[in-house]
Design a protein around this ligand. Structure first.
Ligand code: SF4
Length: 242
């Protein structure tokens, strides 16, 4: 995938700040991985498709049995929608997801010899596979660096001043243009993990954050009590002082 050029050239100090953020993430976790469990490209596509609006933990719980019983597109097809539903009934939108997983398995069997195609265009043409799912798959398998912007990546990117984009596509383009090349493949995982465990939506743990001194938002979450967000008036005051 072509690396989008930054909208405007970054000042050296900003380049250094961004590089330092990712240096620190790398120092703490050099080889971040998806928390979704999978066996091969096919099961990765299925796991990521199932994970929309669901936690990785709930998907792993469902796929542990599912992938043991139906590890290939042929087996998934034989299971059929009604056979698949009991495995994934604990996951949100399971009826639609069952329909998509069986339909995409049929396409893989009929057009791709039972293998998941590893290019964006073919992946995104599969039922239930959008840009975000394709990005996760291609990045995870090392086919191309990509940053799938979910709610965690969106929030953390804004708080860290890496993006002002209003849509996931805008945020993705900005991140791809700003993050140093050596870190691009791993950036997606670092930002998700940071959002999931430290930079939480309501109560970010700024006191434990390894990049707090590089974060323009840390003042917004100054606390009077441990971990509680600052009041709206304090946030406003802190923002204008920053
Ligand atoms: S300092 Fe706070 S707001 Fe900034 S990235 Fe860290 S946890 Fe998030």
């Amino acid at each position: 995938m072509a690396r989008p050029a930054p909208a405007k050239k970054l000042k050296p100090a900003e380049q250094a700040r961004i590089a330092e953020i990712f240096d620190r993430f790398a120092a703490l976790n050099d080889d971040p991985r998806t928390e979704l469990e999978y066996r091969d490209p096919f099961t990765l596509v299925v796991a990521v498709a199932l994970s929309a609006q669901a936690t990785d933990k709930s998907v792993n719980k469902a796929t542990e049995r599912l992938f043991a019983d139906a590890p290939t597109p042929e087996a998934m097809l034989a299971l059929g929608e009604e056979g698949l539903i009991p495995y994934i009934a604990s996951i949100g939108l399971f009826r639609t997801k069952a329909k998509n997983v069986v339909a995409l398995s049929r396409i893989l069997v009929e057009r791709y010899g039972g293998e998941a195609p590893l290019n964006r265009e073919a992946l995104q043409a599969l039922p239930g596979v959008g840009r975000k799912t394709a990005s996760v798959v291609l990045n995870e398998l090392g086919v191309e660096p990509a940053i799938a912007v979910d709610t965690h990546v969106f929030r953390v990117s804004h708080r860290l001043g890496l993006s002002t984009g209003k849509t996931p596509e805008q945020v993705e383009a900005e991140l791809m243009g700003k993050i140093p090349q050596p870190y691009l493949t791993r950036a997606h995982h670092w930002l998700i993990l940071h959002g999931r465990y430290t930079c939480l939506a309501r109560r970010p743990k700024c006191g434990e954050c390894p990049v707090a001194d590089l974060c323009p938002s840390r003042h917004l979450f100054e606390t009077g009590t441990a971990g509680a967000p600052a009041s709206p008036s304090r946030r406003k005051k802190a923002a204008s002082a920053a």
